[in-house]
Each structure stands twice: as C-alpha cells, then as structure tokens.
Design a protein around this ligand. Sequence first.
Ligand code: ZN
Ligand code: ZN
Length: 364
Amino acid sequence: MAEGLPATMRALIKAEAGPGFRLVEAPLPAYGPRDVLIRVERAGICGTDLHIYEWDTWAAGRVRLGRVIGHEFMGQVAAVGPAVRTVAPGTRVSGEGHIGCGHCYCCRTGQGHICDRVDIIGIDVDGCFADYVRLPEENVWPLRPEVPDEVGALSDPLGNAMHTVMVDDVAGRSVLVMGAGAIGLLITAIARAAGALDVVTLDVNPRKLQMARAMGADAVQDARDPEAPAALLARTRDGRGFDVLLEASGHPAGIRMGLRLLRSGGWAGLLGLPAGEMGLNLAEEVIFKGITIHGVNGRKMYETWYQVEDFLTHGRVRPEAIVTHRFPLERVDEAFAALRGGEAIKVLLEVGEAADASWVARTG
Ligand SMILES: [Zn+2]
Ligand SMILES: [Zn+2]
C-alpha cells in the first residue's frame, strides 16, 4: 500500500436484496502492477444506478451483494502500480468504466465497447461511489485543464451521447432526439455542435424540454401531445420526416414514434434501453422505408473519448447546466429521491474534499 493512504474508505454498497444502498467502511481496493487507484471527488448517478438501487429483475440477476456501486466519476490519481507509465499521483482524471477482457474477438478487432466478457465498474466489479476506485491504466483518462471538475464527472454520459451522434452522419441533416434526460440533452447539444441543420427534442417533462432549448434544440415538443406528429412532420422537407433519429428514451412508445417520424432512407441511433421485448411493425417502420438502425452501446475505446475532449476543449459543448443537484455520499437517499421524482436531471455525489464545501440541492 502506498504511503499516505488510509486503510479503509467510505463506500456505498448494495448490502441486501431489496431497495437502497448502505454506506459502509470498507478496505481500499487492491490494485495490481498495471492498475491506478483514484481518489474520487465527484460521481454521477445514472439510470443504471437507479435500477440497482431499486433492485429490479435486471439488477437482481446481474449485481452481486456487497458490490460498491457507481460508474461515472472524476477524481485524482492517489497511487499507481509499479508498471504504470502514463499517469502519476496527483493527475486529475476520469475513466472508462467498461473494462474489456482484451482477448475476445471484439476486443482484438478494435471493438472493445462490445466485448463479450466486459466488466463494468459499479456492476460487475467495484465502482466509484466511494472514496477510492481502481481502474486499469488504459481505462484512465487524464482531464485537460479546460475541463471543469463537474464536466469531467460527466465523461461517461457525454461519451454515450457522442457515440450516438457520431455513429453516422448528422451534418446538414434534420435530427429528432427522443428523450431529454441527461443523455438526450447531451445528444441535443452534440448534434447541434456537429452541424445538424434542425434539432428537435421530445420529452414529456416540461422542465427537461426547457433545458433542451438551453442545450441548443431548435424546437422542443411534448411527445404526448396528439398534434405532435403532424407538427413535427410539417417542419421537414415536403413532410417526409426527419433524416436522423437519436433515441435516448428507451420507451417503446418513444421508439415507435421516432421511427414513424423518420423519413425513408433515414438512419436511427438507438441508445435508450427498453425494459423488455417490445412490439414493432418492422415491415412498415423499417424494411419498406429502407431505414438503417445502429445499436449504440457504451463508448468506442477510445475514439469517443478523444471526440468528447475535442468538443469540450473547443468550447463546442457546454454541458454544465445539466447538473441540477449535488449531494454528499451520506445523503444518497435524497439524491435518488430527486432523480426518481423527475425534478433532477443530473445528480452528482460529492466525495471527499469536494463534499467539504457545503452541499447544495438546487432545482436549477
Ligand atoms: Zn451511466
Ligand atoms: Zn473482450
């Protein structure tokens, strides 16, 4: 153990097979010769964490009890294994939470984001809702000085959004963004910055729609409004539909509506996860229209990370505003309540020194 490190740390774990997390005193993560130990400063709560918090069927089938939760974070390198070459203690970093096996077909053909045996921090291995988290050196991403701490903590969802926008061409095209949660909002901002001609964002939450405007949407629309489809089609050339659908709602109704509003020959990037199987008129909505569908999973390692860094350092995307709530680790239940209630967009947990500044629960 490196000098100056405590023997134990605070960690939020999934303690029992039911709702909630427990804050415990746990040993520091063991780190090997090629690993980096990071002192977490800020960690983001995402929809996946909500599933684990509530302990739904997916979570119960995948997450082992005792697991330290959390996969979105930024912090400082606290210690490195003897074989680590690229980062040193004190470096401000975020990191890719999908740890590829490095040996499967996908990993060995440059597609580590769809690794057969991926370990995701906070799900399959211990995560970042703790004072310290361990990552392999190659997963550690040093943050440029221009990137503020809170934006660094958004690296994971920023990467999901970037991957979705960059999976095909958006420049000069009309883009429909389905869903204005954190990732839908980031998709809105990135699509705009990547040269989309007309970006329209849909949701059912007025507060999120207002935020979508602030993130650069040319128009927003309540997806439940019965007049919405006609109004949206009227924006497009000859009412033919949008060139591109970027799907971040995961709701079957949203996915179906998005595909219906897509023009013949258009393309869709599907990132939102429906809870189970869903019905779709494949012949009418996809095949006859000659639509191309891209499934989007995680972030490309590490092309997506370079793209996010470039957009941030050139000031093309300013995602700070999506962080609406901040809580210290101890108040995790309030953090999840804010998320579940729909008033929060992105909630950050402040860990260690970041939490010393008194916590603020803003409604934006
Ligand atoms: Zn996430
Ligand atoms: Zn692999």
